[in-house]
Write a protein that binds this ligand. Structure first.
Ligand code: SF4
Ligand code: SF4
Ligand code: SF4
Length: 301
């Protein structure tokens, strides 16, 4: 009887200690510290959007990695920055150091993650949209906002989709659709060479533009020096419901063509729809599969 009482007391102490530890871990997670397999060690996740960070950011991170970690940084699959091996005792100081350098914690858990983006038309020759501008605006509006599970947003500058927008809950892609102006054409074949999906064929003195094959990359428009391949439409294509992980799902193309204002309107309505309709543990793609793409589309468009 006496032994049983002792076991019960020890167990209660252990559970209380464990509960406290879990609570501490939750609080630490809120501050960007992800628990490691090594006891009392954490990877400090830092906020970085669009894969662009300044040299000052990098210097501050390098100093923190030397001081609080093991002198190295892990770059995550979503352009994020983590400093592994920060000891529990150093978490507060590490957090304050980063905040004083203007670097906040990264998001994890049931929050909207930092937006990822390619360099877009500021740098990449193929870029059709300013991905970094869109990324900055979206991140400012939604970074770390609460959602039912997790929500990932990507912006990519053209249909090459280097940022894999189809794997994100909400993907934004630049597009430029051509129109052929026959009277200006001198049949130089530059557009045919530029098209990587064989949507343009020149045969028997005629040019054929197959819009079923065309992915709207705009390369033929840039290649034509005679103003015979012009821009018919240019803007943003939206994908929804993509994810990877244990049950991958390719995003659905929700709108092939829209402008920047429409992107923001649809994103706002999509996040609201997700908040209102998701069941426990569901990503947006799961909600779309359960409620139907048409029903979702009618609500958010
Ligand atoms: S998606 Fe297009 S614009 Fe962006 S990096 Fe790739 S090729 Fe360049
Ligand atoms: S826009 Fe791109 S895919 Fe379409 S025809 Fe021109 S080069 Fe080919
Ligand atoms: S590049 Fe322009 S001029 Fe040359 S074949 Fe194509 S459309 Fe005609």
């Amino acid at each position: 009887m006496c032994n049983f009482s002792k076991i019960t007391t020890n167990w209660k102490q252990k559970v209380t200690k464990m509960a406290k530890k879990d609570t501490d871990k939750d609080l630490l997670k809120e501050k960007g510290f992800l628990s490691q397999r090594q006891d009392d060690h954490f990877a400090m996740r830092l906020h970085a959007a669009g894969g662009n960070v300044t040299s000052d950011y990098l210097r501050a991170v390098a100093d923190a990695a030397d001081k609080y970690g093991k002198g190295y940084v892990h770059i995550t699959s979503r352009q994020g920055v983590e400093i592994p091996f920060v000891h529990l005792d150093d978490t507060e100081a590490a957090s304050e150091t980063m905040l004083s350098a203007g670097i906040g914690p990264g998001a994890s858990g049931k929050k909207i993650r930092a937006v990822v983006a390619c360099q877009g038309d500021r740098v990449c020759k193929r870029g059709l949209i300013d991905c970094q501008e869109m990324c900055e605006k979206i991140d400012e509006l939604y970074f770390a906002a609460p959602v039912p599970y997790k929500f990932k947003i990507a912006v990519t500058g053209c249909p090459a989709s280097c940022l894999k927008v189809q794997e994100n809950d909400f993907g934004i892609m630049g597009f430029e659709e051509p129109v052929f102006v026959e009277e200006n054409c001198v049949m130089c074949r530059q557009c045919e060479k530029a098209c990587e999906v064989s949507a343009i064929k020149i045969e028997d003195g005629s040019l054929y533009l197959d819009m079923h094959k065309c992915v709207a990359c705009g390369r033929c428009i840039g290649a034509c020096k005679k103003d015979a391949m012009r821009t018919k439409d240019k803007g943003f294509t939206i994908f929804v419901g993509g994810k990877v992980g244990k049950r991958p799902r390719m995003g659905n193309m929700l709108l092939r063509t829209c402008d920047s204002d429409e992107v923001f309107d649809i994103l706002e309505r999509t996040i609201n729809y997700y908040r209102e309709n998701a069941l426990e543990g569901e990503r947006l793609g799961d909600v779309i599969d359960r409620c139907g793409l048409d029903s979702f589309g009618e609500t958010v468009k």
